[in-house]
Design a protein around this ligand. Structure first.
Ligand code: SAM
Length: 329
């Protein structure tokens, strides 16, 4: 198992398949994009599957989430999902995506074995979308969500980041729309992970503020039917349920004590946390001929060094060198 020195066990593996993205959301990267990883540095599909197999078959990983950058840009995605679904014991397989291209790919991905999807959508207004993401692709995302629902990738979850003065006034309309469509909405506090290093505590719309905005229109009751466990979202029943909304207060309501996550970057580095400053290089070891036993040992040792928490509130906190898109959100 992947156990750290505080007794937490990592069972949820987030795998970034590429650092590239076809959007330029302001809280993530600049309009001109970033210096993408050279192809030779990306794990090949076979290397991804080898490491995921190791995680699932030897190290106790039970859930695999593919992310990026934008994972739908990775041409071998359906093949990687199918090979993940063939593992024993079969892990839960999910995808975090901006939804562009999902209208075409939701069916094939569901057929390949994808179980669930989280689609990022911060606004209902195409003009705000264009301003926020620097691309005019709002309709593609809406179509992608509908296709995911039709393909049975349920519950379809929607991730939204609110920004002061940009879309915070959309908290209530976003929830109303998601309730109408049957999607589960989760608001994520904006984190200091933008490539531009522009994040400030003042500009972040906090979990408390989000709940305050929603409470003006909805009756929210903490959903204690289900234990929160290691889930990052605090969930609330909306108007008595059964519909729910989640709020992920990564900054103001950290949940590190229950964290069960470990990450693999697109260039094969194990990271214990979005905010980790240390990585462990499985790709170099693999390409130098390491055996499965040696890779598993390296991975175990890396998780053993996991820190107690992300430390954003620590005076010594330093934003990690890699932005969110290069880590895998
Ligand atoms: N491209 C995919 C997507 O849009 O979902 C997957 C990668 S993206 C980095 C994953 C999630 O991270 C998205 O929901 C995005 O909104 C969120 N995200 C990116 N930068 C963030 C930040 N600085 N703070 C909070 N969430 C962020």
């Amino acid at each position: 198992m992947l156990r750290d020195s505080f007794g937490r066990v990592a069972t949820d593996l987030r795998v970034s398949l590429t650092d590239k993205c076809n959007l330029r959301c302001t809280y993530c990267m600049p309009p001109e994009g970033l210096d993408w990883l050279p192809n030779a540095q990306l794990l090949t599909a076979d290397e991804v599957v080898r490491l995921v197999s190791l995680g699932v078959e030897r190290l106790g990983i039970t859930e695999v989430r593919y992310t990026g950058g934008e994972p739908l840009l990775r041409r071998e995605l359906a093949d990687i999902v199918a090979r993940t679904a063939a593992l024993e014991p079969r892990p839960q397989i999910s995808l975090t995506t901006n939804g562009i291209g999902l209208a075409r790919l939701a069916g094939p991905l569901a057929d390949a074995g994808l179980d669930r999807v989280n689609v990022s959508l911060d606004t209902l207004d195409p003009a705000t979308f264009k301003r926020l993401a620097h691309r005019d692709r709002h309709a593609d995302v809406i179509a992608g969500l509908a296709a995911a629902d039709r393909a049975g990738l349920r519950p379809v979850k929607v991730n939204a980041v609110l920004m002061r003065g940009v879309n915070e006034h959309e908290a209530v309309p976003l929830l109303r729309w998601c309730l109408e469509q049957g999607y589960e909405l989760r608001f994520i506090e904006q984190m200091p992970l933008d490539a531009q290093h522009r994040w400030t505590r003042e500009s972040m719309v906090t979990a408390d503020e989000i709940l305050g905005l929603l409470s003006e229109a909805f009756d929210l009751t903490p959903d204690d039917l289900e234990e929160r466990g290691s889930a990052p979202a605090e969930r609330f029943l909306v108007d008595g349920g059964p519909a729910r909304v989640g709020v992920i207060g990564s900054v103001t309501r950290p949940f590190c004590g229950a964290c069960d996550r470990v990450r693999l970057t697109a260039d094969g580095q194990v990271r214990n946390c979005l905010f980790a400053t240390e990585e462990s290089d499985l790709k170099a070891a693999m390409r130098a001929g390491a055996t499965d036993d040696e890779l598993a040992e390296r991975w175990r040792a890396a998780v053993g060094r996991k820190r107690a928490g992300h430390g954003i509130d620590d005076p010594s906190f330093l934003q990690p060198a890699r932005p969110m898109s290069a880590i895998g959100g």
